[in-house]
Design a protein around this ligand. Structure first.
Ligand SMILES: Nc1ncnc2c1ncn2[C@@H]1O[C@H](COP(=O)(O)OP(=O)(O)O)[C@@H](O)[C@H]1O
Ligand SMILES: [Mg+2]
Length: 246
């Protein structure tokens, strides 16, 4: 469904992304891993049209979307979430979700109906009329997922949606992501929480200093010396092997 070929991006002198190619088959959950600064978010930024790559191509659902605007890409059915979730604090939870729904439902009534439906599916049913500022961090993560789903996207690029959550909240988001997949969505997931990666993804790519260093099942990756090495400086090797989250 998503095919990325030879993406590169330099910021000043820094090669943030270097010749990255990856595939996300329809219906799958694929991981994008790597230490901080590896270039993961930059890949999302390029794939979703927020930045132009220096080189490379992005194909989505059989179409070359390289250089398309984020809005255009969103209309085609791909949406990214942001690492830092910033809801509109003056709006209710339902109105915040509706922001995504307006893309295909310009009428407020319809957008709000879609928002209510998606909000309930994501466990926000009891919070719909509350201000978004009343949400906990876990609630904000659900809101971010709900807003993405409300756009009607088939491919979701999720950037660290579990960061900052406690284990019980992580388990809830893992269950929600499985549910989203079972409803027919495809997911590319940037995630540091290994417990979640291990249980969710079929295969994952590992980036280090902008380059892809490995691709395989989570079980293969945690046994890959180059992957362990890439994480060592951050003390993640032990966590990887124990399956604990950061
Ligand atoms: N807009 C930008 N301008 C300059 N440097 C950037 C910009 N965005 C990211 N970088 C740099 O590119 C590298 C990769 O960043 P990023 O893609 O955010 O990594 P990750 O998401 O894997 O932690 C980092 O060194 C970061 O500082
Ligand atoms: Mg990032």
């Amino acid at each position: 469904m998503l095919e990325v070929r030879h993406l590169s991006k330099t910021f000043g002198g820094l090669k943030a992304v270097s010749d990255v190619s990856l595939d996300v088959p329809e219906g799958s959950i694929v991981g994008l891993l790597g230490p901080n600064g590896a270039g993961k978010t930059t890949c999302f930024t390029i794939i979703a049209g927020f930045t132009k790559a220096d080189t490379g191509h992005v194909h989505f659902a059989g179409q070359d979307i390289t250089g398309f605007s984020p809005h255009h890409i969103c209309r085609l059915g791909m949406i990214r979430t942001f690492q830092i979730v910033q809801p509109f604090v003056g709006l209710t939870v339902q109105e915040n979700i509706a922001v995504g729904a307006y893309l295909h439902h310009p009428q407020r009534r319809e957008a709000m109906a879609v928002a209510r439906d998606v909000g309930k599916r994501l466990g926000l049913g009891g919070m719909l009329d509350r201000p978004a500022s009343a949400l906990t961090i876990a609630g904000r993560k659900r809101l971010e997922l709900a807003r993405a789903l409300a756009t009607g996207a088939r491919l979701l690029l999720l950037d660290e949606v579990m960061a900052g959550l406690i284990p019980s909240e992580i388990n809830e988001i893992v269950a929600i992501i499985r549910q989203i997949q079972s409803e027919g969505h495809t997911i590319l997931l940037i995630e540091h929480v290994m417990q979640a990666v291990m249980s969710l993804v079929e295969t994952a790519y590992v980036l280090n200093q902008g380059r892809l260093i490995a691709h395989g099942t989570p079980q293969q990756l945690v046994a890959d010396p180059e992957v362990i090495e890439a994480y060592l400086g951050h003390g993640a090797a032990a966590r990887l092997q124990e399956g604990h989250h950061a």
